[in-house]
Design a protein. Structure first.
Length: 237
């Protein structure tokens, strides 16, 4: 299938083998959690290799006393943003991959059962105040706030209809980030197009695979089932 240039589908053989295991109805919740983390780690390596850069951060000395230039990632002010609840299953993998701990903010969105449209129920995206003097009238202006990150790494194992992904990306855009990298274990063709097309030049989508479509309940077919239920043993709720 022909997809937009800002959609990246992994061809890593280990990821594809793990995704095949994740699809199985016999995979246990513990195995599901491990597979989601492992797939997220591979996706993160691929996405960060293209999207992040190195920058000198100072100097240090080796155990032999030799001075060397230290390096860090650029941008350094990135944040992980899992979409509750299933995005939590990807957080540890991405946090462990990064060289330093980064802020983790949360977006709570659920799909209304009839319309399949996203409903926001939680948002803890913080703002940084501007450097204006507290006495300045401009410092009281809400628009003087800035996002606490320039790059948001949005995490959700499944992009089905794309409505939730689109809503989350728009929230991050309104928050003030300069870019969004979205990582997803699996997407539908419709969903990934919708996510990738909602912010021209501002979003990159990395996914393990793209399935053809969704059923009447908004579930990807063949898909991986309700990944949130599988991660948190909530099947039958």
């Amino acid at each position: 299938m022909s997809l937009p240039s800002n959609v990246h589908i992994s061809t890593h053989p280990c990821l594809q083998a793990k995704l095949s295991q994740l699809r199985s109805h016999t995979t246990t919740p513990r195995e599901t959690r491990s597979l989601v983390q492992e797939i997220a780690s591979i996706l993160g390596v691929e996405a960060f290799a293209k999207s992040l850069k190195l920058a000198p951060t100072g100097t240090d000395r080796t155990p032999l006393g030799v001075e060397y230039t230290t390096q860090g990632i650029n941008p350094a002010d990135l944040a992980l943003v899992p979409i509750l609840r299933s995005g939590l299953g990807m957080v540890d993998a991405l946090n462990d991959l990064l060289p330093t701990a980064v802020p983790i903010y949360h977006l709570g969105l659920f799909r209304e059962r009839v319309t399949l449209q996203p409903v926001e129920y939680y948002n803890n995206l913080p703002f940084h105040r501007s450097e204006l003097s507290p006495a300045s009238p401009a410092s009281l202006d809400p628009t003087a706030n800035t996002a606490a990150a320039t790059l948001a790494v949005l995490l959700d194992p499944v992009i089905a209809t794309g409505a939730t992904a689109e809503a989350a990306i728009q929230l991050l855009r309104e928050w003030g980030v300069q870019r969004v990298i979205m990582l997803s274990v699996l997407a539908s063709e419709e969903g990934v197009r919708r996510a990738a097309g909602c912010w021209d030049g501002g979003v990159e989508v990395w996914t393990g695979a793209v399935d053809g479509g969704c059923n009447e309940k908004g579930m990807i077919v063949p898909g991986v089932g309700d990944i949130g239920d599988r991660l948190f043993v909530a099947i039958g709720k």
